[in-house]
Design a protein around this ligand. Sequence first.
Ligand code: ZN
Length: 202
Amino acid sequence: MLALSAKEIADTGLSWAHLDIMDAHFVDNLTFGPQMLAALKAHEPDLFYDTHLMLDEPWKYTESFAKAGAGLISIHIEPAYDHRAELNRIRAMGPKCGIVLNPATPVEAVIPVLDAVDLVLVMSVQPGRGGQPFREETLPKMRRLKDLREEMGLSYRIEVDGGVDARTAPLCIAHGTDTLVAGTAFFKAEDKKLFARNIGAL
Ligand code: ZN
């Protein structure tokens, strides 16, 4: 089924596939591991696998996901560990790296690592389940990250994940987001190319 989803993404003409990796600890859901990523990569080698680790102990898994073909690996700021060291380690293994913040986490929490990332992922729903409504109170965080990028002379992408659809995508873009994750809305859309065009992804 996941291989089919990857094929749908590639057939739509999109280049990135966002994978939510859950460990049943940091969030109470459990998804798949690096073997599944390796299988997807074999099926659709041209997709860029944007791998979002929703894990309490991401450092235990980054190496396996890097080896399995992740193009980018994002880790959360909320669990306590040496975020900068882990981001540097991801880059040294080959993939790009990203830092993620939950809806309740302020932008201030990620400022110390902004110079070490290729992407900042703003969660616009509480991670763990698909199909939740978009939380508009997260929009100012996207704007702030865009302002900080300019002030600090950096070039990270700003990505949003959760409740992104044809209505909320333009709001995110207007607030500085350049990378949109659409799960439910994309896979439910009958005309995926039209949906991708409507959110400005094609
Ligand atoms: Zn995600």
